[in-house]
Design a protein. Structure first.
Lengths: 286, 794
């Protein structure tokens, strides 16, 4: 429970933070809300030489609108995401899923950007931004770049962020109920305060009593969050009776792991059951 | 004017005296204790389950900043004895040497290998990484049955076997003969998974070296300061009278702090060698490896009955996982269970055998219930199976076999004399609270409609043995110590009272309950009583707290001591009032002369008169203080009926507890609120075994569930509302009529939940689900029932 020794800096701005990260190279780690990094340090599973605490950098917290896009600052806490009226109106899936992250104490400290950058496949939010087709904006020594969510998650706990880049905001195309969007996050875990054994983020656009478009993000069905693309294809134009059939493909192309709570086969089975339930709930067909 | 109580304290839901300081953090946990020049210990632990230690080199650690000393197992072994086992259950038990820090071989992942002493915790933790150890891996021993085969690798090579002991018992008629006249014989195997106790406060120990009085003080988060003092003295050679052991406020134990741990020995040895105070505090993950585990048994159980559902005999064959070493009471835990398999039932024959098996895993020992939950699980599971086999309602089958309330006292087939009980009353009350018939009707409807969410109803009717223990019984069981408990009452000159107890609370509320008991006998206000405990200097005698013994033995001892005080005070009062003792009445703390109520003396006045001693009866010792050591004449036998309704989602395998009703009979109740809390906590722990908790090891013997992320301790949102009720059939073997409540919920709830799950899934072909009944396990059970449905039922 005692972390190894490390140096600590608390930059005042993004540029200074990027400079600190550049000087630390592979041995630097960003500290935001600390809900993932601190346990890793205390268990001596991570040994950074330098911890760059970005927690007090102004301007990285909060939610704003830019036309058809909702912009969430990377340091916005889970609690603030859940409570934010703009998020609720324009990205209801994110609000619903974030409400299921861990427990109130974690939600008051942990941040959206931190959770995404940590890229734990069992975390709830990576699959959600995948389904929302978010763009993740990073700042590095050579300026800003925007990374589509589908290119952000590379492997287990690995993203396409470079060591000297800082995630600053998450841009979400609006998915308003008024435009026919419905959503649901189905999280399955053994105890209330736990990572998802499997989670299914479902976002569907309804038209004429059918599903016009569906995007399904799967949590913990492989080393990265994945889209259930076969299900999405099969759902196009489907009614309630087509959902169960479509959900049968939920585990296609996934690589779930096994642990004492769940075998890969059981996870695949859960993905099918939970995808059906999540889509039906999202489409208001449940 | 002094106050006196006028209504009975026993039976009141007094808020707990100890809570203000515990809830506000104004208390002294062991880890809060500091001392000038305090040094910190950190322990390097084996990363593998089984290996020969070729070399341990601590020299680089000594170079680290802040490091004061470092020791290998060999360094510490000199002059230090083996960690003790106080319960060698058989004459020929294999009892291996158990060094506090491993010397030649590590035998479980987490076995200590070296110790660093540094000026702060951080320096100590960092320095561990500089210690070099060369291991030659040896094969792990993990499967209990394989461990007993001839070609198995050995945990303790020098003993030539992994069998620690075989403990047989056979009572009543010959089981084989009885089985021969049975219409139905059922055989089942149940597995008690290993559990990790997870007390809220991790372990910690502080030792201060010789002070001016030539005494070492050991502060430890322990349940057993008195036992620890004796054992530490024997292991380290520090004379007992030079050793003071203090258990400050202790945050839970569940049996895990009923132990003499290597870290306690090491802290004392290091403090003695360095002449400096030292502290060691366990982290949660370290605790998962290094604090003893509970359960860990394979149970083969066979039951023989008539077609009408009358039990004829029971046969139990246990394999009990000892882990790598025998700790304080390791071998005795399954033996406590031996007496509980026959439970509440009458039968003609009982045969029991337990084989203790060494494995390369963390040692097992007492965990809430200690042997009794395991026994109750097996008998109550197979009773449900028998009911199905006979086509009887599970409650009805139990009714046909239990001991009727008019039959008490009743000597069970296992030889225990159950002094009192009323299973009918508790069961009838529980069935009514539960709405048993309505739930059965709903279940039938759902089964018929093929609902994907099935309803199941589980029954568990239990008794247990508490109030450990009559010392002569312990002798017969080869337990090294006695089972008495001590109480002392000091009447202070100002009328206040100190109650000294040998029990050692760690969350139970002894300060409150012992005050209630003493207040009733002495007639002094609850607030005027202080309970002194947990320090061998101020409470020098005791056998400590475990096995639901504290109230039954220690609380009863307080009652007896208080009566002795009143007896002595009566002599003084009679003298002062110039009356004969037999002419005095004593009510609500006041002695008065029968017929002339104005002639009176309060017990507080008597206390002051005794203090001044100006006018005492001739020849009387100038004190009304009293001590009482109570050796119980019998165990106590709480019982109860637990009913659980679950909904099982057959698609995901998830179990949700829909309702849980229990009616427990723990005898007379001293503080109903505390009893309620004990029942709730017990239920949570028993349900946790059924649904959530398991210490999982991989094929190499590594503990996979090494943190609370993998070892699932349920919290409030994971548990249902509990409906609790009580019946009160007083125990006859103690003056308070109390029976103990610490383990009841844990013992009864596990089989109630699993019986409910199997009841829900039986129409789908499922006959058993291994614990913990995780959604994945339930799903797999459903899968194999679907594919293997043609398998013949035995």
């Amino acid at each position: 429970m005692i972390p190894p020794a490390f140096d600590y800096v608390r930059p005042a701005g993004v540029e200074e933070a990027v400079g600190a990260l550049a000087s630390g190279g592979e041995d630097a780690k960003v500290l935001a809300g600390g809900q993932s990094l601190l346990p890793l340090l205390r268990l001596r599973l991570a040994f950074p030489r330098l911890v760059v605490d970005v927690g007090r950098i102004p301007g990285l917290r909060g939610v704003r609108e830019e036309g058809g896009t909702l912009v969430v600052g990377a340091l916005t806490t889970h609690h603030d995401v859940v409570a934010d009226p703009l998020v609720r109106r324009h990205a209801g899936l994110l609000a619903a899923a974030t409400a299921k992250v861990a427990d109130p104490a974690v939600r008051h400290r942990g941040t959206l950007g931190g959770s995404l950058a940590h890229a734990d496949p069992a975390g709830d939010l990576p699959a959600v931004v995948l389904a929302l087709e978010a763009e993740l904006v990073a700042v590095g020594p050579h300026g800003r770049r925007s990374i589509p969510a589908r290119e952000f998650f590379v492997d287990y706990l690995q993203t396409s962020l470079r060591p000297d880049e800082l995630l600053v905001e998450i841009r979400l195309p609006k998915t308003d109920a008024a435009d026919g969007w419905g959503f649901h996050y189905e999280k399955f875990s053994r105890v209330a305060q736990a990572w998802a054994m499997v989670g299914v983020a479902a976002l569907v656009r309804r038209a004429d009593g059918h599903i016009a478009e569906a995007r399904i993000g799967l949590t913990n069905m492989g080393p990265t969050p994945v889209r259930a693309t076969a299900v999405e294809r099969a759902l196009a134009g489907a009614g309630a009776d087509g959902v169960a059939r479509a959900a049968q493909s939920a585990a296609e192309g996934t690589r779930p792991s096994g642990d004492p709570s769940a075998s890969p086969e059981y996870r695949a089975h859960l993905a099918r059951v939970l995808t059906r339930r999540s889509v039906l709930a999202a489409a208001g067909m449940g | 004017m002094t106050e006196h109580i006028t209504e009975s304290e026993v039976g009141r839901s007094r808020p707990r005296k100890e809570d203000a300081r515990l809830v506000t953090g104004q208390t002294n946990w062991t880890d809060n204790i500091g001392a000038t020049g305090l040094l910190h210990l950190a322990i390097l632990r084996s990363p593998m389950a089984h290996a020969r230690i070729e070399r341990v080199d601590v020299s680089a650690a000594l170079e680290q900043p802040g490091v004061v000393a470092a020791f290998t197992g060999r360094d510490l072994a000199e002059g230090t004895g083996s960690l003790p086992c106080a319960w060698p259950v058989t004459e020929d038990i294999v009892l291996p040497d158990h060094p506090a820090v491993a010397v030649d071989e590590v035998r479980y992942a987490g076995d200590p290998v070296a110790v660093v002493v540094a000026r702060d915790r951080y320096a100590a933790a960092d320095a561990l990484e500089a210690i070099e150890v060369d291991y030659t891996p040896l094969p792990p021993v993990l499967d209990l049955e394989d461990a007993l085969t001839d070609n198995s690798p050995l945990v303790h090579e020098e003993h030539g076997t992994n069998r620690s002991y075989v403990w047989p018992m056979a009572t009543g008629e010959d089981y084989g003969t009885v089985k021969g006249r049975a219409d139905v014989v059922l055989t089942r195997r149940y597995v008690q998974q290993r559990l990790i106790p997870n007390a809220m406060e991790p372990r910690a120990v502080v030792v201060t070296p010789l002070d001016a009085s030539g005494e070492y003080t050991v502060y430890s988060a322990t349940q057993v300061p008195h036992v620890l003092r004796v054992m530490l003295s024997m292991v380290t050679g520090v004379p007992e009278h030079k050793l003071r052991v203090v258990a400050p406020d202790v945050g839970g134990g569940f049996g895990s702090k009923l132990q003499v741990y290597g870290e306690e020995v090491v802290a004392l040895v290091v403090a003695r060698r360095l002449g400096r105070p030292v502290k060691w505090t366990e982290s949660r993950s370290e605790g998962h490896l290094a604090t003893h585990h509970g359960r860990g048994q394979i149970q083969d159980i066979e039951i023989a009955a008539t077609r009408e559902g009358r039990l004829l005999g029971l046969k139990v064959d246990l394999l009990a996982d000892m882990g790598a070493y025998l700790m304080l009471v390791t071998p005795g835990i399954p033996i406590l269970g031996a007496f509980m398999y026959p439970a509440i039932y009458k039968m003609d024959a009982y045969e029991f055998r337990c084989t203790g098996v060494f494995t390369t895993r963390t040692p097992t020992d007492a965990y809430r219930g200690a042997g009794r939950p395991e026994a109750t699980y097996a008998i109550e599971r197979i009773m449900d199976e028998l009911a199905v086999e006979l086509g009887l309602d599970p409650v009805e089958l139990r009714r046909r076999n239990w001991i009727g309330h008019e039959e008490f006292p009743y000597t069970s087939i296992a030889g225990l004399t159950y002094d009192s009980g009323n299973y009918e009353a508790a069961t009838d009350k529980a069935l009514a609270l539960f709405g048993y018939d309505e739930l059965r009707a709903e279940q039938a409807k759902r089964n018929e409609s093929g609902d994907s969410v099935r309803l199941g109803i589980g029954v568990s009717i239990y008794t247990e043995m508490c109030g450990l223990a009559p010392s002569r019984v312990l002798r017969d069981l080869r337990y090294a110590a006695g089972g008495w408990e001590a109480a002392g009452i000091r009447m202070l000159p100002t009328g206040k009272v100190e109650v000294v107890t040998g029990t050692s609370p760690h969350g139970q509320g002894h300060e409150t309950c012992w005050s209630q008991i003493a207040a009733d006998v002495l007639g002094v206000p609850f607030e005027d009583i202080e309970v002194v405990h947990g320090d061998t200097r101020s409470a020098p005698q005791g056998m400590d707290t475990y096995g639901s013994r504290s109230l039954v033995v220690g609380g009863a001892a307080v009652h007896h001591a208080a009566e002795k005080v009143v007896g002595k005070a009566r002599k003084v009062a009679a003298h002062l009032l110039e009356a004969a003792e037999q002419d005095l009445e004593f009510t609500h703390g006041v002695f008065s002369v029968k017929g002339s109520p104005e002639a009176r003396r309060t017990i507080q006045e008597v206390a002051f008169e005794t203090f001044s001693s100006h006018d005492l009866p001739d020849g009387m010792e100038p004190t009304i203080n009293a001590e009482y050591l109570l050796d119980p004449e019998n165990f106590s036998y709480p019982h109860g009926t637990h009913l659980c309704a679950v909904e099982v989602d057959t698609e995901t395998g998830r179990t949700s507890i829909r309702s849980y009703v229990c009616v427990d009979d723990v005898g007379r109740v001293v503080n109903p609120m505390i009893v309620e809390g004990q029942v709730h906590g017990g239920l949570a722990q028993g349900i946790a075994q059924a649904l959530y908790e398991e210490a999982v090891y991989d094929d190499e013997g590594n503990l996979v569930s090494g943190s609370l992320a993998d070892y699932l301790v349920p919290s409030a949102p994971d548990l249902p509302e509990f409906t609790t009720g009580r019946t009160e059939t007083p125990a006859t073997s103690n003056p308070l009529g109390v029976k103990g409540v610490g383990e009841a919920g844990t013992i009864a709830s596990t089989p109630a939940v699993v019986n409910a799950i199997v009841d829900a899934l039986r129409p789908l072909g499922v006959r058993d689900v291994a614990m913990p009944c995780s959604p994945g396990r339930v799903w797999e059970a459903l899968q194999s029932a679907r594919t293997g449905e043609e398998a013949p039922s035995s």
